[in-house]
Design a protein around this ligand. Sequence first.
Ligand code: PLP
Length: 355
Amino acid sequence: MKKYNFNAGPSMLPREVIEATADACLDFEGSGLSLMEISHRAKNFQPVVDKAVELVKELLDLPAGYSVVFLAGGASTEFCRVPYNFLEKKAAYLNTGTWAKKAMKEAKLFGEVVEVASSAEDNYTYIPKNFTIPADADYLHITTNNTIFGTEMRYDLDSPVPLIADMSSDIFSRPVDVSKYNCIYAGAQKNVSMAGVNIVIVKDEALNKVSRQIPTMLDYMTHVKNGSMFNTPPVVPIYCAMKNLEWVKKNGGVEAMAQRAKERADMLYTEIERNKLFRGTAKAEDRSYMNICFVMNDEYKELEADFLQFATERGMVGIKGHRSVGGFRASCYNAQTIEGVQALIQSMKDFEAQH
Ligand SMILES: *Cc1c(COP(=O)(O)O)cnc(C)c1O
């Protein structure tokens, strides 16, 4: 049976990207060696990193004065690297969910953290608006897509202080005005690659500004200066990212990704609203194009496990919602197909017909 992958992360990748990565793991560019058994400093690997950096710059239209590095440790490590490198006295954080809270927790180790707004009281079903950003903060940290709660800021905030964004689950899904940000980071396993690498974009002149000493591996400058080669980088995930970014480019770039994301999300949200069994959980104006969260309407609550089984039998994978929301979550990152979304919608319609 054909499987439709709605996993939240690690998640679906284009088949050709997986195949190219698998090929390189068997025989890297005809060298007779696997990508896994060559030096990261090998002559034929450097072009992979260079190409990946170039594609990030091109796809997000990076202004001059920004660097791109590939680091290990997951987005969770950036929660600590960010304040280490950028928080001198005070930082502002927008609390839009689990990941934002975890980022705040780390920042508190380095200085004063101002929570400018929070939607915690409503289980993070919306993105707070019209909050005051302290003008003396070193930065405002935002989470552009809240993977767990299915809300998204598909815009670049106007802020009196530089933005820093966790874009782990929506990077390369829309054009971004990078000039508003001092730093953008993303764990790759949602929308870019397999697990094991982070993409970090930093504004060069924002580095080296804090007075504290920074351990070598946690200092962004180390990696900028050494072109992600200070120590052994995760070569396979970087290769996979490079191939996927090529795929994004070949398929029309981030503008086309945004258009396709909207198309998929519109289809699915329309069905959620039409179908008597289901309702969406996030406020309409803030709902995510990437992670589409929905639950059973109250009068059908007892059918939740049945629908999960029904859809699973029809090939849907990974649609169980995160435990803090319940219900269902269909993750529709760049690689998601219209066909996959249609298959899920058909399951919802067929299940409704039985009830
Ligand atoms: C998954 C996720 C993280 C955590 O990523 P790890 O790579 O597992 O550390 C952080 N932020 C967001 C928005 C995420 O979706």
